[in-house]
Design a protein around this ligand. Structure first.
Ligand code: TRP
Length: 366
């Protein structure tokens, strides 16, 4: 039997935004048709940065589930599960074992960890041991879902935003090392990054490329400040139309286009990047590009169009969210996902313990 499985997740630290949608959620939705899907709410990982705010995490678990349902993830499908990380004890156990295989120095080389640690320190927060080893816990999140029994052509796909790639490299490093030491037990994952990996924040200022503080570390030199809740430059999936209009109106455009008639440079304009990310109609994009360049389209109008585009885009999400807020049995979804994940996790852990010669008392009877 061949298993095609997805494991991916998000840290519940607040409501999700358009950057999450473009970087990750969009591809998750499409993959639901083909794969057995485990969508993990990584509340343990949220503790790495928010250990002092348990209520915030609790609220965010709910928000994340509603956001997921709003964009079209569907836990009513038999093949789709929402899983709460802290409820899967097998994850904690696998994290402990894998941590023995992870050289401490390698953790220091992970560029995403380095950038996030710097941000924590800049905010006056301490970098905990738990934070430092979270790539190991993320590896456990993924490798626990190794299919058992293993079949020819099994796949463990991890669709993520591009900032997660260093963690997936660590995951496969650990899988390979484990298998080499103890025999083939864990299935290496297949990373998958979408087309538009990243949206700039709505405060992106093309004039001040060094305005950062949150440079994208995965791609050194290209100093776009990505959309993030902590940077306060996000458009949330649950935002109402008025907030979208207000924030889009404040966005920067091409710095060399001061008056409507000035020739614009769409390739240097954050507003155009949004049009590009959210408008599937290539012909209309080309016309916009042209009118901007020849000066027949001004930035004010172009931003008004963008707000409308985004609001039209978000409307179905808003409707689904409103309905889910009233009637979705969120607790039941989590209970079902958790039960299934533990069932899978127990099989994996039996194999892991056997491979590591930790399966006492069986060891004595060999
Ligand atoms: N690191 C991810 C984030 O910050 C969340 C996450 C936890 C994850 N475990 C995972 C993503 C496993 C993919 C696979 O959002």
């Amino acid at each position: 039997m061949t298993t095609k499985r997805i494991l991916t997740g998000i840290r519940p630290t607040g409501p999700l935004h358009l950057g999450h949608y473009v970087g990750a959620l969009k591809q998750w939705i499409e993959l639901q048709d083909e794969y057995e899907c485990f969508f993990l709410i990584a509340d343990m990982q949220a503790l790495t940065t928010h250990v002092d705010q348990p209520q915030l995490i609790e609220e965010a678990v709910r928000d994340v589930m509603l956001d997921w349902i709003s964009v079209g993830l569907d836990p009513k499908r038999a093949n789709v599960y929402f899983v709460l990380q802290s409820a899967i004890l097998e994850l904690t156990e696998l994290t402990a074992y894998l941590s023995m295989l992870m050289p401490f120095t390698r953790l220091g080389h992970n560029p995403t960890i380095r950038a996030e640690a710097k941000r924590l320190e800049d905010d006056g927060k301490s970098v905990s041991a738990g934070f430092k080893i979270y790539p190991v816990s993320q590896a456990a999140d993924i490798l626990l879902f190794t299919p058992y029994p293993r079949g020819e052509g099994d796949e463990l796909l991890v669709p993520v935003g591009e900032d997660q790639i260093p963690h997936l490299d660590d995951t496969n490093y650990l899988a390979e090392k484990f298998n080499k030491l103890y025999g083939d037990t864990l299935l290496a994952c297949t990373p998958k990054v979408g087309n538009v990996g990243r949206l700039p924040g709505i405060d992106e200022n093309p004039e001040k490329k060094e305005n950062s503080g949150e440079e994208d570390s995965a791609e050194e030199g290209k100093k776009t400040k990505k959309m993030s809740k902590s940077a306060g430059n996000a458009l949330f999936l649950k935002d109402d139309p008025a907030r979208v209009r207000k924030l889009v109106a404040k966005m920067f455009t091409d710095k060399d286009k001061i008056y409507k008639g000035d020739p614009g440079h769409p390739d240097k304009c954050p507003v155009y990047m949004y049009h590009y990310a959210f408008n599937d109609d290539l012909a209309s994009l080309r016309i916009r590009d042209l009118h901007c360049k020849i000066g027949t389209l001004g930035c004010v109008e172009c931003k008004r169009d963008l707000a409308e585009l985004l609001n039209n885009f978000l409307n179905p999400f808003r409707a689904r969210r409103a309905q889910a807020e009233v009637e979705a049995p969120l607790g039941e979804y989590l209970a079902r996902g958790t039960e299934k994940a533990r069932e899978i996790g127990q099989k994996t852990m039996t194999a892991v313990r056997t491979a590591m010669h930790l399966d006492y008392p069986t060891v004595f009877n060999r």
